[in-house]
Write a protein that binds this ligand. Structure first.
Ligand code: PLP
Ligand code: SF4
Length: 403
């Protein structure tokens, strides 16, 4: 398909005719078995179910070294080199659960691309930036990015169960020396308490669920005690990379702090496993509102059929697709970037063709701290005075005349 078809919705793929082959992996979400669904070698085959389902065990047994990874998947020469080189750039860390979703034989597996270093990380592009969103510059106190009028980003930890190869915060995530100390957390909370315009706190990292329940409980309790803080959102990828972390104890704690929003980061339908479904169920049953922030990645999800399938599964998990992010300009992720038109084509293929609930906003988080800018396709053909000529999802034009 051409990439320059900027405004013609007819260029979007036609709806599949009845009886056409469904997209890859058509299993209903709750029936997908996560444990080595693709077979292949596994060093964890003998592990007892109880241990496998224990998130402490998953965390402890993370794959961080080449020799371990070699026993899980058959590496290409490219990957092998990149795994060694990644040590110096951005650590590798993969939970056995997430590694179990990988195709052991296929280096283009979408799960593998997100977690196993590849040669692309080592080449940099002239447009790359160390801090692509200028998060450090808009930092009034360490640990807070305050860019928008009424909400802040609050960094609580720099650890994550899996280090995503496309992470925009590579500059500090996975670096133990950059983790938020207690004093920094205190300073961040004091800043929020002092700024009465802040009504929405996005709790991020790293992954805030890397903190213990008690630590998180303490932070949420102190934020909740601030009268002008109306909502918080937990930004976490644990539902995808370590769903065992969503325990009954955790959700019991969270429900004491409502309204709590949880925004997660599913990128591919294969991540919608029975375990992920169960994690989402616990959070939703505890009254959390769930959203998804997908990152558009070449070779992973740059295809309307994959995104549609993903979003349908997310809705079955009671997770509302919230944003699709254009891949940003962080260093070492240029191999993941797609033209902006790819994302617009995905939105055109969704809008009207499926539930509006399955259609997120497509945004570019602008370099230099510009913030999130929507780049959804435009359905206004032209507008002269009171006459608006609009194009609908199926490509037909209609005129609306204002009173
Ligand atoms: C993404 C982001 C937010 C939240 O933005 P929403 O559009 O409200 O989801 C807040 N602050 C910063 C710095 C962000 O990057
Ligand atoms: S979970 Fe988020 S912060 Fe952590 S490595 Fe992945 S993208 Fe980066």
């Amino acid at each position: 398909m051409k990439l320059d078809d900027t405004s013609d919705p007819a260029a979007a793929p036609a709806p599949a005719p009845p009886g056409a082959a469904p997209p890859a992996d058509p299993l209903p979400v709750s029936h997908v078995r996560s444990r080595f669904p693709l077979g292949g070698r596994s060093i964890w085959r003998g592990v007892a179910e109880a241990q496998w389902n224990d998130w402490h065990w998953q965390q402890r047994e993370r794959v961080t070294r080449l020799e371990q990874l070699e026993r899980v998947i058959r590496l290409s020469d490219d990957e092998r080199r990149a795994v060694v080189d990644a040590e110096a750039h951005f650590h590798m860390g993969i939970t056995p659960y997430y590694a179990g979703l990988m195709d052991p034989e296929d280096p283009t597996c979408p799960i593998r691309l997100q977690a196993v270093p590849s040669a692309g990380e080592l080449s940099s592009s002239p447009v790359d930036l160390l801090d692509p969103l200028a998060e450090e510059r808009d930092m009034p106190v360490p640990g807070i990015t305050h860019r928008y009028p009424d909400r802040v980003l609050f960094y609580t930890t720099h650890n994550c169960p899996v280090y995503c190869r496309h992470c925009t915060r590579k500059r500090k995530v996975a670096d133990p020396t950059s983790a938020a100390a207690h004093a920094q957390i205190d300073g961040s909370i004091a800043y929020i308490a002092h700024h009465t315009e802040i009504r929405d706190v996005v709790i991020s990292g790293g992954d805030p669920l890397s903190l213990s329940d008690d630590r998180l409980d303490d932070i949420l309790g102190r934020l909740r005690a601030i009268p002008h803080v109306e909502i918080f959102r937990l930004g976490t990828r644990n539902l995808v990379t370590l769903p065992q972390r969503i325990t009954d104890d955790l959700v019991r704690m969270l429900r004491r702090h409502h309204p709590v929003y949880v925004n997660t980061h599913f990128n591919h339908p294969r991540e919608c496993t029975a375990e992920a479904y169960e994690a989402a169920r616990r959070l939703a049953d505890a009254g959390c509102a769930l959203g998804n922030q997908m990152v558009l990645l070449r070779g992973v999800n740059d295809d309307p059929r994959i995104v549609k399938d993903l979003n349908h599964r997310l809705l079955m998990m009671r997770i509302r697709p919230y944003y699709i992010y254009q891949c940003d300009l962080a260093q070492g992720i240029s191999h993941f970037r797609t033209p902006i038109e790819v994302g617009r084509r995905i939105i055109r293929a969704l809008r009207g063709h499926t539930s509006g609930l399955a259609v997120p906003y497509f945004v570019v988080d602008a370099p230099d701290g510009g913030g999130k800018i929507p780049v959804n396709p435009d359905y206004v053909v032209r507008h002269e005075g009171k006459r608006w000529v609009l194009r609908n999802w199926a490509g037909k034009e209609y005129t609306y005349v204002e009173p």
